[in-house]
Design a protein around this ligand. Sequence first.
Ligand code: ARG
Length: 461
Amino acid sequence: GQGRLWGGRFAGGPAEAMFALSKSTQFDWRLARHDLAGSRAHARALYRAELLTADELKELLNGIDRLDEQVANGEFVPAAGDEDVHGALERGLIELLGPELGGRLRAGRSRNDQIATLIRLWLREELQVIADGVAQVVGALHGQATELLGVPMPGRTHLQHAQPVLVSHHLLAHAWPLLRDLDRIADLLRRLDESPYGSAALAGTSLGLDPQAVAADLGFGTSVANSIDGTAARDLTAEAAFVLAQIGIDLSRVSEEVILWSTYEFGFVTLADEWSTGSSIMPQKKNPDVAELARGKSGRLIGNLTGLLATLKGLPLAYNRDLQEDKEPVFDSVDQLRILLPAVAGLLGTLTFHTERMAELAPQGFSLATDVADWLVRQRVPFARAHEIAGAAVRYCEERGVELQDLTVSDIARISPELGPEVLQVLSVSGSIDARDGRGGTATARVSEQLSEAAERLHEL
Ligand code: ARG
C-alpha cells in the first residue's frame, strides 16, 4: 500500500469509510514531536544493535531533525492519506531520505509501543504545566488567606450557620485538596517514569534492541518490566484523567462558593471587573462566569474519565484498537484545565471580601450555641445535659427574636440555674474562634501556623 504502514498482504486499499474511522491524525498529531524524539532514540538503538551503520545513523538523525523543524514551523503536516502520526512522519522521513534509509527505522518497533510511550512523554510534560496552574490557584487562595487573617465569617454545615470560623481557615480548606492534587501529580509522575519502547507489538523485539537504553535516551528512569503490559495498559492514562477530574471538582467546589458569596443575599465578595462578565440586556449585571465555567467544565472532566474507564473495561490483552480512544478524553481534560486554571487563579486572587458583612453574620443564626454547651462541660455538666440547656437558650432567643450574644444576666438566670453570668464571656465570635486552638482548629494562632504549613507544602510540590 502506497504511503501506508501496512498493505503487503492486501490486494486493495481500505474503503473510504474504513479509512475515515481508522484515521487519527486529527488528534494524535500533537504527539508528532514526541514521536520524532522516540525515533531518534530508536535509531540509536538500531545502531547499537549494528542494524544501522554510523553513516546511516548520522543521516537518519539529520533527517529526523529536519523533519522536526518542518513539523515545528508547520511546513510538514499530515496529508489526507496519512492514517496516524506515526505513518505521517514515516512518510515525511522517506520523502526526505528516500525509501532505502527512511524505510529502515520501523524495524523492531510497533505503533503499539510507540503510542504507549508517546502518551507517557506527553503526560509528563503536560502534568507539569497543570501542576503550575494548580499552584497558581493555591497561591491565590493563600494570598487572600494571608491578607484576611483574623476576619471571622459564619462557618456552615448543611449550608446552615454552624460555628464562626476565620475566612482564612475556610479559604485554606480549599487550598489543601489542591495541594493533595499536586501530590497526586508528583506520585503519578513517578509511575509514568517507565518507557514501553522496545515492547514492540506485544512480545518485545528479536532484533537485540535494548529497551533500557532507549528509556534512558528518552529521559525515563527505566523501561517497563513486561512488554504486554507496556503496550496494553492504560491505567496511567486513566489515573491522569482522574487527577485532572479531581482538580476540576476541587475548582468547582470553591467556584460554587464564589457564586454564592457574590449574590446580593450573601454580599460576601465583589468580583473584579476583569474576571466577570456583563449581561447583553440587563445593564446592572456582573456575572461570575469564570466560576460557572469551572463548575460546568468539571462535569466534562468527569465524563472524560468515565468514558475512558468504560473503554478499558473488559479489554483482553494485548493491544486492541479500542485503545486509540484513550487520547481525546485526556487531551481534552488537559486543554480545558490549561484554560481554566489561570482564570480561576485570577478570579480568586482579585476577589474583594466584605469583611464587615462577614464578621457581622458570623455569630448570627445561634452559631455560638456550641460555646454555651462547651462552657457547661467545663463546669462539669455532662454534655448531653449541656446540649439540652444550650438548646433551651437558643429557643429562648428565637422566641424573643434576639441572638445568643444579646442575652443579659437575667435572661441567663431564667434559662437554666446551671448557667452563670460568666457564660456571657464566651459568647463572642473572637472568644469562640480562639478557643478552638487544637492543631487544625480555627484559632487565629493555629490558622497562622496553617498558613506557614501550606506555604511550605506548596514549596515542596
Ligand atoms: N493510533 C493507534 C493508537 O492510538 C496506534 C496504532 C496502533 N494501531 C494498530 N493497528 N496496531 O492507539
